[in-house]
Design a binder for this molecule. Sequence first.
Ligand code: GCW
Length: 677
Amino acid sequence: MRPLALVTVLALCGPLSSARGQISAPDDGYDLWLRYTRVADTARLAEYRAAISELVVTSGEPTMQAARDELALGLNGLLGRPVPVADAPTRDGSVVVGTPANSRTIEALPLAAALREAGPELNVVSAPRYSLRLLDHWDNLDGTVERGYAGASLWEWARLPDSISPRYRDYARANASIGINGTVLTNVNANALILTPAYLMKVAAIARVFRPYGIKVYLTARFSAPIEIGGLATADPLDAGVRAWWAAKADEIYRTIPDFGGFVVKANSEGQPGPQDYHRSHADGANMLADALAPHGGIVMWRAFVYSSEVPTDRVMQAVDEFEPLDARGAFRTNVLIQAKNGPLDFQPREPFHPLFGRMAHTPLMMELQITKEYLGQDTHLVFLAPLWEEVLRADTYAPDPRSDVAARIRGLAGVANVGSDRDWCGSDFNQANWYAFGRLAWDPMLPSAAIAESWVRMTFSNDPRVVRPVVAMMLASREAAVNYMTPLGLAHQMARGHHYGPGPWVAGGRADQTSVYFNRADSIGLGFDRTPTGSNAVRQYAAPVRARFTSRDSVPDNLLLWFHHVGWIEHLRSGRTLWEDLLQHYQAGVDTVRWMQRTWDGLDGLVDADRFRRVQGFLRIQEAEARWWRDASVLYWQSFSHLPLPPGYEASAHSLEWYRQLRCPPDPRKPRCKPS
Ligand code: GCW
């Protein structure tokens, strides 16, 4: 008898599920990629049934029990018949789950030799690249979610700790299946109440559900908490009373939640309190919290997303200016990580990589990605984000290290979650793919987007190549389509004020560094932000080879051209076309790609279950209309500066610029959508 040993629950969803049927079963989205429908390929089903005869999980450890439950659910579903659970292997085809430490059967196996014997084709040895693979929820205690487009918060604070929603476990299952091992429960725009005893009890109840799945909980720490809930007169990080308060708070947290992960902090940014309120540095603030957590093994993830309209420097340069000098003098404690967004601005459809990734010599870095698509069409637009993330993970910082790509310069990934109380968790079928992709990349940042898309499609829709190939192609084309119809050629932050959904290249007034005109710099001469030495010189924050590439008009990639250069409307680009012509072409290409996605999807009629087919079809209709809205509003606005004509045959705008400027969004905080006709 040769029992098959499975040592991790992660092995569950791969190969078995790859033999799914040819027509997708109806699905309301709740099961995500963990859809255990019966294998429809009859030969494959027979093969699996013959190979798997029983399930043996002897350990009573909660994690092993969770693995057993998941395997039972998965195997029963995939094989279409109950797989008996046994105490010890009794026959060929026993699936034995455990580790040498908790299972006699596995301990007795000559595993090392067996694995060696199995040869290099055995695709089961997998270790995560990063130890921190976290979802950051921007969830508020009143149940709203900042930049959430999938309903209310999952955390039912009013009912906790007594009532435990079954969704907590299903959320943990989904995360564990893709290797996510931490959840920051609360918004970085933090509320100190989460640190009060009553809330900590609730957090502990969630942590209990997550624990068997290897998921730790983390919280956001509001810097002014000692004043707001501690009754102190100050939150000065160098004040002895404040330090003692945080130390006692950390002790209390760990008494309640022994495996608590630590804090995420947004300080002195967008109105959040922080150490600079007391003329102290970010290091002073981070270190105070780090000292409180250190005795318990906790960490501080201190965000680098800081910028101030009072600082005259280009907004995208402020994080490096702030953090590099602190890093250079080794100012941060060893349990502090600096968490930077992928780009130096704010989760745009395309940005260059954040220069901080090449600059910090001593302090470990986390990268924050945004899974919820605040600036990328939110719930409705189909935009698969893995290509965006792949681009930044593979970017070369030229830091003086043996490996200098961004992926090698960071210690972990944090993804701003797109999960909410909607039945389908993410607000749309395809948004689920971004949650999935994030987990896969946090485990292995070198995984190609195409491979991630393919495994997701197979697990979520179908193994039929007539489905897999076109859907993967749609997913892979989708991000560039959004870049093209929203912010082509390196433009950024051209979204309407506040909700960031539709176009607003004319947005001006108020805080300058949050306006579109600050970033587009459109004038009668041309378009784009000069960040070379003749402009803000943001290029100086990159290592010499990167700086040279971005500075020269000959080498700057077209897709970042207007991020770094102010270019004349009739200047010629490398394409041979003028900027004006190229811009028009990109906007049109964005619309055309969405139309191609529509046609491609329409071709799947009858191959995808009718419910999902229609849902996706409807959202693609919205996306096509809104791609035109983006194109027309933007082109008309640029034309008011360039005074250049549209070439013959260019699709005419349905409305005037004034019409687009007047378009108001319905006051719907959940889905703040403007609908052009
Ligand atoms: O992207 C911007 C968002 C804010 C967010 C902020 C941040 C949580 O518009 O809603 O606040 O970034 O990352 O702190």
